[in-house]
Design a protein around this ligand. Structure first.
Ligand SMILES: [Fe+2]
Length: 326
């Protein structure tokens, strides 16, 4: 168990009990609070790539079969995660959401789990076989990109093989594309998973050229908020595009974050439901470990009502996953 002072003790306790039931030797490593609450110059949005896990905890993780990441921010876009995975350790990130939310997002029988895994892997395969991804929406999004097959990943929400990393209950596929060109309009009601953990009230138009956001426009306060926050880092890489994909968990709902868990300083930034509800188009900015870009700021934006085309064929149509695609 990797924890910080904000990790919910009842989850850690439950993790100990479950691991011991399975006959595992289990221990906890607590690290300083990481990310937006850290004390020191390296203030990240959380899930930024400039934070570092200390060497001692990294070595402890590499010697474990499995790590539960209960930290508030998670260690995600950092080289230590790769180092730990390369040693064969599997890592399950558990966001600090209410237990009944976590329970609902996860399959609880082997048959269900297998079905979830197969579905996500089929979508991941589809993505990996694609050359061009295009995303459109009625709000004005029209963006194209070249899929980078080597970076395509399947996230089925549990870790059943050595070196696997995942987030509890997260069903989604994604990749880190290149040649990203066009416009993305974040519409009212879309969800800023990271860093604001909040719904957008006014449209934000992001103009993207050659993999970088070059303009953030919008009349409402949301565009100003995003632009001002990103500019505050004074780092061009903060404006780079990161991963693009879509959510596949039918148990996730776009409105559930309005009911619970919208305070990131209390719940952590990996409230997975915000990025995994079926048919959302999830895109992001900043870090990309595949090209050693460890930007300090990471936005995850989950959008409704988008159509995602893979080489011209929609896999998500107006925010709904095309069921017979795989
Ligand atoms: Fe992300």
């Amino acid at each position: 168990m990797v924890t910080d002072v904000k990790s919910p003790r009842e989850y850690v306790g439950a993790g100990f009990a479950a691991a011991q039931d399975l006959g595992a030797d289990v221990f906890e490593v607590q690290v300083p609070e990481y990310g937006r609450n850290s004390v020191g110059p390296e203030i990240s949005t959380g899930q930024g790539g400039t934070l570092r896990l200390p060497e001692g905890p990294v070595e402890a993780c590499k010697n474990a079969d499995m790590v539960f990441d209960f930290t508030l921010e998670g260690f995600i876009h950092v080289p230590e995660r790769t180092e730990i995975r390369d040693s064969g350790t599997r890592i399950l990130r558990v966001g600090a959401r209410e237990p009944f939310y976590l329970r609902r997002l996860m399959p609880w029988t082997e048959d269900e789990a297998q079905a979830v895994k197969e579905k996500v892997q089929k979508h991941s395969q589809l993505l990996a076989e694609t050359d061009e991804m295009r995303i459109t929406s009625d709000h004005g999004t029209d963006v194209t990109m070249q899929v980078e097959s080597d970076t395509a990943f399947d996230s089925y929400g549990f870790v059943d093989t050595p070196g696997k990393w995942d987030v509890w209950g997260q069903n989604m596929v994604s990749n880190y594309p290149t040649n990203v060109e066009g416009t993305i309009v974040i519409a009212p009601g879309d969800y800023n998973v990271v860093p604001f953990a909040d719904y957008v009230n006014s449209a934000i138009e992001c103009v993207i050229e050659d993999n970088y956001i070059v303009e953030i426009n919008g009349e409402g306060g949301d565009a100003e908020l995003m632009r001002g926050h990103m500019e505050s880092y004074d780092d061009r890489d903060v404006f780079a595009t990161s991963h693009f994909g879509w959510g596949l968990n039918p148990h996730g709902k776009f409105y559930d974050m309005a009911l619970h868990d919208r305070k990131p300083d209390e719940t952590g930034v990996s409230a997975s439901e915000g990025r995994v509800w079926s048919g959302n188009m999830l895109w992001s900015t900043g870090p990309n470990t595949h090209i050693d870009r460890y930007a300090p700021c990471h936005y995850d934006i989950a959008q409704k009502g988008c159509t995602v085309y893979l080489d011209g064929t929609p896999v998500v149509e107006d925010g709904t996953v095309v069921e017979d695609i795989v």
